[in-house]
Write a protein that binds this ligand. Structure first.
Ligand SMILES: Nc1ncnc2c1ncn2[C@@H]1O[C@H](COP(=O)(O)OP(=O)(O)OP(=O)(O)O)[C@@H](O)[C@H]1O
Length: 274
């Protein structure tokens, strides 16, 4: 199987105080597969994904190679990189609210993004978005497009982003904790939409999540990060059944403990199980 993305010797540091955040990371994403990145808060998951997009804040520097379909993103100009973002590399954040301009209705943002990448007409965009929104079970898509972001729930906005991703058909989707800000029911629905998205488009994905239940459901491979370093990398099956590193075992044991706690207080089957 070919790799859609290869990250080699990625180093990320804060140039203001020379603090190294990620010393030396190498990993890859196989074509059509989902790689989950797990690890405690502050372990460097987000900065790693932002480094792939080349979207870390000014002051945060990076070196190494990031090959997308064999093209080294590190060597592209900012203008060339802008063309890749959205069209070939899509990022879905914890909360989509920040991705939308609060002063415009949702449809304006969708139109602008799709015109920039494809140059389609207004009508074409509306038809494509309407179909995609219906496929992620968003009712009244036209109405949604005429609504301001703050008038929609977090779960609805995430589904609008997934619908936009369906239309953009990127080579790889990077989802950074896309369900963390949602209530349990919306979480379940959004995960389901991500699963269907992968089934339908066979797209490759990097999925950051705190929730090992979701990781087990979504990912083919798992990368475990601790203090900026990759401490373990393997298939989901292997990581869950035979974790090698003490830190991975610790993560899995806390998941188990939380599950049991949940069962004790709720008296039922934990949602994270399976
Ligand atoms: N803009 C920034 N300036 C300086 N340091 C930063 C910046 N963004 C992140 N860092 C540092 O990089 C490290 C990794 O942060 P990162 O957000 O990648 O962690 P994470 O694993 O994604 O955590 P979380 O699960 O909480 O999102 C942290 O020590 C953080 O302080």
């Amino acid at each position: 199987m070919t790799n859609i993305l290869e990250v080699k010797n990625l180093k990320i540091w804060d140039s203001r105080n020379e603090r190294v955040i990620v010393p030396n990371s190498s990993f890859h994403v196989k074509q059509g597969s989902c790689l989950a990145i797990v690890g405690e808060s502050g372990s460097g998951k987000s900065v790693t994904c932002k480094a792939i997009m080349r979207l870390n804040k000014a002051g945060i520097r990076q070196s190494g190679d990031i090959l997308l379909r064999g093209i080294n993103l590190m060597e592209l100009s900012e203008q060339e990189m802008r063309k890749k973002r959205g069209k070939q590399l899509c990022m879905i954040l914890q909360s989509s609210m920040r991705a939308f301009d609060p002063s415009c209705v949702v449809g304006v943002h969708l139109q602008e993004t799709l015109v920039e990448h494809f140059g389609w007409s207004r009508e074409e965009i509306t038809t494509k978005m309407k179909n995609a929104m219906e496929s992620v079970r968003l009712k009244n898509p036209i109405e949604v497009m005429n609504t301001y972001p703050h008038q929609l729930s977090g779960g609805m906005l995430q589904r609008v982003m997934i619908a936009l991703t369906i239309v953009l058909e990127p080579d790889i989707i990077i989802a950074d904790e896309p369900t963390t800000a949602l209530d349990t029911v919306s979480q379940f629905e959004v995960v389901e939409q991500f699963r269907q998205l992968r089934e339908r488009m066979g797209c490759s994905m990097i999925f950051i999540s705190h929730d090992l239940g979701i990781v087990k459901l979504m990912a083919d491979d798992v990368l475990v990060m601790k203090e900026g370093e990759i401490v373990e990398n393997g298939t989901t099956q292997a990581i869950f059944s035979e974790p090698q590193h003490t830190y991975t075992r610790y993560l899995l044991s806390t998941k188990l403990a939380l599950n049991q706690h949940f069962k004790r207080i709720m008296g039922g089957v934990s949602v994270a199980e399976g």
